[in-house]
Design a protein around this ligand. Structure first.
Ligand SMILES: [Zn+2]
Length: 144
């Protein structure tokens, strides 16, 4: 009787463990990194390196001089990677210029309609009563 109970419990445990296999549930073999473009990967690597240098300096593993030289080099790399990524995303300078024009038009429209913040220029959602960025009451502006 005891043996039967042990066998039943063991069988239940094995079935529970094998449940994902029986149901055909499996983890995806694709990693998030697979979706990265080259410029995105470079940007990510540069930013991670910058963070690591910062961390090493705070932890006392780097002296001030090394920290400064590494930081300026990595910052330049990160900025170059960021710019390359922006250009790659926009698909070239012409589209980037169009994006800027659209941004300016959007800002103008926001200021005219009174939902862009006069203090920080943040474009809030239409009908906003307070600035999402700085908290200024957008209705106040009309009163003053
Ligand atoms: Zn604001």
């Amino acid at each position: 009787m005891l043996i039967l109970g042990v066998v039943l419990v063991a069988g239940a445990v094995v079935l529970f463990i094998l449940q994902p296999l029986i149901k055909g549930i499996h983890a995806s073999l694709e990693r998030e990194d697979d979706e990265l473009t080259e410029t995105e990967a470079r940007k990510r690597v540069a930013l991670l390196a910058l963070r690591d240098v910062e961390y090493d300096f705070l932890a006392g593993k780097l002296d001030e001089e090394d920290y400064r030289s590494m930081k300026s080099r990595l910052t330049a790399e990160a900025l170059a990677a960021l710019e390359a990524d922006e250009v790659a995303r926009a698909g070239g300078g012409v589209v980037a210029a169009d994006d800027i024009e659209a941004e300016i038009a959007n800002l103008r429209y926001g200021l005219r309609s009174g939902f862009s913040c006069p203090a920080c220029a943040f474009t809030n959602g239409e009908g906003s009563r307070f600035c999402s960025a700085c908290g200024l009451s957008l209705g106040e502006r009309v009163a003053t």
